[in-house]
Write a protein that binds this ligand. Structure first.
Ligand code: PMP
Ligand code: GLN
Length: 365
């Protein structure tokens, strides 16, 4: 979709990446790190300066204590953290419970591990967890729950009750939980991100994943990390060693500085995104879509059925040509394609004038 958007000059609200770079201090710190000699292989777990900053961040925001020496692993984006965790924890034939729609790398990583995914549908427009469906997804073969909150592509922030239910079922079935919290800071209207590992009794079975790409709008730096019990982190590290070994050398100290000094920036960024969510949601509604207002991430799902659309895949292929806007059909994130037949995901991590232009094109063309 990004290639098509570029080809036809469409406003690209498909792939989720910001069109404004993150805090200048963080960008400057990367340049300084290059000048200062951070250009060879970092240590296998990541530079201590970053692991320590991750530990402080977890403590400051969530009261979570992680030992930077043994409980944190720096990865090549959250993407590698997900792959390492799934490959480390799953054997062929194991089952992984995840929610659908799901971020696309989940299905690929579960397949790489030759495990089986058992998905639980989150249904438009409120995307609530259905307790019976969740229970039914667990079995004695369940090895792992792969959770994502705040959730791409729905923008859902899982509630405390939903997370407690997941925790209870994981405990009952002896399953690990890998929780992808890359949008941890991107929530709106007072919606509170609750890290899964803060729930009672969960820490010993949970791997938490995040990414500087989302928090600091540095998606191209590919600095991510995971944290959890030392023996699980060690298992992930064993996998990671043979995926990439290490990565993102000079960006690691720069992100450490970001985690230590940019809380105000992050607060402003989230607030700004909340406003952009409103701008795009209002515009999509005016254009005739039915919009599910997200509480987090930088994505919004809109139903194109009121526009007479019967297949969002066709619609999204046509939209760059007909209206000069690119978006993603939600069915690409689903096993049950029919359930998402008319749903479209738009990204709103774009400059106001870009969003306004997209709205203008969608409402007037
Ligand atoms: N998980 C989710 C839910 C995401 O949306 C993304 C970003 N597309 C990732 C993981 C990957 O993060 P990174 O770019 O740090 O690899
Ligand atoms: N996370 C972003 C998205 O969901 C981009 C990642 C990707 O393109 N693989 O659009």
């Amino acid at each position: 979709m990004s290639a098509l958007a570029a080809e036809v000059g469409a406003v690209n609200l498909g792939q989720g990446f910001p069109d404004t770079d993150g805090p200048p201090e963080v960008l400057a710190a990367a340049r300084e790190a290059i000048a200062g000699g951070y250009n060879q292989y970092p240590p296998a777990l990541g530079y201590p300066v970053l692991r320590e900053a991750i530990g402080r961040h977890q403590e400051r925001y969530y009261g979570l204590t992680v030992d930077p020496q043994t409980q944190v692993l720096v990865t090549v984006g959250a993407t590698e953290a997900i792959a390492s965790a799934v490959l480390a924890l799953c054997e062929p034939g194991d089952e992984v419970v995840t929610f659908e729609p799901y971020y696309d790398s989940y299905a690929a990583c579960i397949a790489l591990a030759r495990a089986t995914r058992r998905t639980v549908a989150l249904r438009f427009p409120d995307f609530a967890v259905d307790e019976d469906a969740l229970r039914a997804a667990f079995s004695e073969r369940t090895r792992l729950v792969l959770l994502n909150t705040p959730h791409n592509p729905t923008g859902k922030v899982f509630t405390r009750d939903e997370l407690i239910l997941i925790a209870q079922l994981a405990a009952e079935y002896g399953a690990y939980v890998v929780t992808d919290e890359v949008y941890e800071h991107l929530t709106f209207d007072g919606a509170q991100h609750l890290p899964f590992a803060t729930l009672p009794g969960t820490a010993e079975r949970t791997i938490t994943i995040s990414s500087a790409g989302k928090t600091f709008s540095t998606t191209g730096w590919k600095v991510g990390w995971l944290s959890g019990p030392a023996e699980l982190v060690s298992a992930c590290r064993t996998v990671k060693q043979f995926l990439t070994y290490v990565g993102s050398g000079p960006f690691q100290p720069a992100i450490a500085l970001g985690l230590d000094t940019q809380d105000d920036y992050v607060g402003r960024f989230a607030k700004d995104l909340g406003r952009k969510r409103d701008l795009l949601s209002t515009g999509l509604t005016a254009a005739g879509f039915e919009v599910a207002r997200p509480s987090g991430t930088y994505f919004v799902i809109a139903d194109a059925a009121p526009l007479g659309v019967t297949d969002a895949v066709d619609f999204c292929w046509q939209l760059p040509h007909t209206h000069g806007v690119a978006a993603i059909p939600v069915s690409v994130f689903c096993d049950d394609k029919a359930a998402a037949r008319t749903l479209v995901r738009f990204a709103f991590c774009k400059k106001d004038d870009v969003l306004q232009e997209a709205v203008r094109r969608l409402t007037h063309a």
